[in-house]
Design a binder for this molecule. Sequence first.
Ligand SMILES: O=C(O)CCC(=O)C(=O)O
Ligand SMILES: [Fe+2]
Length: 320
Amino acid sequence: MSKVNIPRLDLNTYVNGTPEQRKQFSDDIGKAFNETGFVTITNHGLSKQLIDDLYSQVKELFALPEEVKLSYEKVELAGQRGYTSKGKETAKGFKVPDLKEFWQIGQTVTDGDPVKDEYPENLQVTQLPRFNPTTYEIYKKLEAAGSQVLKAIAVYLDLPEDYFDDKIHNGNSILRCLHYFPIEDPDALPPDAVRAGAHEDINLITLLIGASADGLEVLTRDGDWFAIKAEGEDVVVNVGDMLQRLTNGKLKSTTHRVVNPPREMMKYSRYSVPFFLHPRSEMDLTSLDSTIDAEHPKLYSDITAGDYLDERLREIGLKK
Ligand SMILES: O=C(O)CCC(=O)C(=O)O
Ligand SMILES: [Fe+2]
């Protein structure tokens, strides 16, 4: 098995640490993002109670009758808010859709920022009065943790620590509640149907709350699949394509997937909740000059975050 560097880092050593501890955190996360593109973090500000409440709400949501869930699926929202039913999202380059259904929650703008007009309203789950307040709290806490991670990354890149702050303020981030549904008859599945086909995330960074079951794997540089195990309440953080573009490939948006469990486990659900941290749509993703030189020629065309997101949503079948 190839060696992969997925360190477990304590976010509090960055947020409240000594200058040496903060430097160490920046170095560690930068190095891991440069190699494997994944870390796990502790002390991220989400309590076990809040995470338990989240999962109980998410389970209740997907247990609602099919017709109730479908009433929250709005084609014009391209899956960006509310419900996306089974068979809708297909990983780029795959023919068979992923074995999942999901619910997405977007930004809530409360400070009069005109960017509010760019974002569709979140849908309220009227059947579950705790769903919206709980997921809102999770959204805000993951956004805050993500902004600290990006400060540490800015330092690693020799940028001002607050480089990302205005770019992610009221950003177009998405909290995705995922249900990999039970499969009663695995024989009836198309041979290449998987829970989540190999893909890279679109956004700057992703923060994933420990899933209810195994299955997440990353593709190592040697071409092997390596299982990611998050302990307890650990949050998995990985680089997305936007941060990879900005850094001309210095930080790696690593391919990952969610594999099907062994046959006898196919009848059980798996739940997970990734937070895709996006900037505002006007952010310029042009690679930083400091990341381009004779040894590292420019890899990507210049594009804004908004145009890039649009392009990617079309590729995965969510936007027509
Ligand atoms: O369910 C997981 O563990 C990962 C999901 C994922 O990679 C995604 O939705 O982009
Ligand atoms: Fe992903």
